[in-house]
Design a binder for this molecule. Structure first.
Ligand SMILES: [Zn+2]
Ligand SMILES: [Zn+2]
Length: 357
């Protein structure tokens, strides 16, 4: 294959990162590498790429060096390919189209756990937003700080939801679910019999977030392989202090902006497990979570994962936060057909039940 223009590829990566509103240090890294490498004689650039000595040059890191090597081999750099998915699209339009394709929300909380409102109020807000379904995913027993539901309380909740569904408007229903803790060994924090009864199971890590990568990877891969888990919730556990424009920082007390780094795990292995077992990766819309970061959404997209764009809403007004998740998904080029909550309730429930029966 004929070599590509490696410098032009680096500049294009910087341009697309900027367009996707990525951190400026990341944009600068590519642009300064392009400037530094652009003055080298092409023969020296090729020789250094061949010998693996590009990183000896100032301002050239592992990632940029790999991009240059791929370009010179005549391949479109993987990093560029991931970004180029959104080239030429109107991102506002793409985000709006994705939002209007969503037919429900697969991660919400009521005052049965740590939400602020009764289930019926959450449901009526969802009806108002035009949703066809709302998956109620209150916390599991061991998350005591969030008033997680014991098996008995969850059983009572299921009866309550059945009664509510009988009264709600035609064409809308509350789907049963849980946000089940992924325990330290990767098992799920609820009885199998109950997990099997629920329409949709979101599994999330809420403890040991600083565990070393290999341990966290094993834990997540085991949970993803569990036939009960359908959606992997907020996979990095990060909290970003910054909120997007238009969202005030004065949220509910439990979710006041505070920052926490991403958990470390082998994203390729975890997303490969999601693909293998047909599980969806959540794009969590909460402004203080924005989880996974766009970089990992692109990795999951490339791996072939399904997604769910969820609000993780703890109050009725928060159910409108899906647009933030849609913006981030659109910036990464996630197509609507890969998002499970663009599906009908019937299809969603069928998909979630397909591995358990
Ligand atoms: Zn959670
Ligand atoms: Zn949640």
């Amino acid at each position: 294959m004929a070599a590509r223009d490696a410098i032009a590829d680096l500049r294009q990566i910087a341009f697309l990162l900027e367009r996707a509103n990525e951190a400026s240090f990341r944009v600068r890294a590519f642009r300064s590498a392009a400037n530094g490498l652009g003055v080298l004689p092409p023969a020296e650039l090729a020789a250094r790429a061949e010998a693996g000595t590009l990183t000896e040059l100032a301002g050239v890191g592992e990632v940029t060096a790999r991009c240059v090597a791929e370009s010179l081999r005549g391949e479109e750099p993987v990093y560029l390919r991931r970004l180029a998915a959104t080239e030429g699209t109107d991102l506002d339009e793409a985000a709006a189209a994705l939002r209007s394709a969503l037919r429900g929300d697969c991660h919400t909380h009521s005052n049965w756990s740590d939400g602020g409102s009764p289930i019926e109020e959450m449901a009526l807000a969802a009806v108002g937003l035009g949703h066809e379904y709302l998956v109620l995913t209150d916390h599991s027993p061991r998350l005591t700080v969030a008033n997680g539901l014991s098996p008995d309380r969850l059983r009572r909740q299921l009866d309550h939801v059945a009664a509510l569904n009988a009264e709600l408007p035609e064409g809308f229903r509350i789907l049963t679910g849980i946000e089940v803790d992924i325990l330290a060994d990767g098992s799920l924090d609820q009885e199998d019999e109950l997990l099997a009864r629920l329409d949709v199971v979101v599994g999330s890590v809420h403890s040991g977030l600083k565990d070393e990568s290999a341990k966290m990877t094993r834990r997540m891969v085991r949970a993803v392989a569990n036939p009960h888990l359908d959606i992997l919730g907020h996979c990095t556990g990060r909290m970003v202090a910054k909120r997007p424009a238009g969202v005030s920082g004065a949220g509910d007390r439990a979710h006041r902006a505070r920052s926490r780094p991403e958990s470390s795990f082998d994203a390729d292995a975890v997303f490969a497990a999601c693909v293998e077992h047909g599980k969806a990766v959540e794009i969590n819309s909460r402004p203080e979570r924005q989880d996974p970061p766009k970089r990992l959404i692109r990795v999951a997209l490339e791996a072939g994962c399904l997604f769910a764009i969820n609000t993780d809403g703890h109050a009725p007004g928060q159910l409108d936060w899906q647009r933030y998740g849609c913006e981030r998904a659109a910036l990464c080029g996630v197509p609507a057909e890969r998002v499970v909550n663009t599906w009908s309730a019937e299809r969603l429930v069928e998909w979630a039940a397909s591995r358990v029966r």
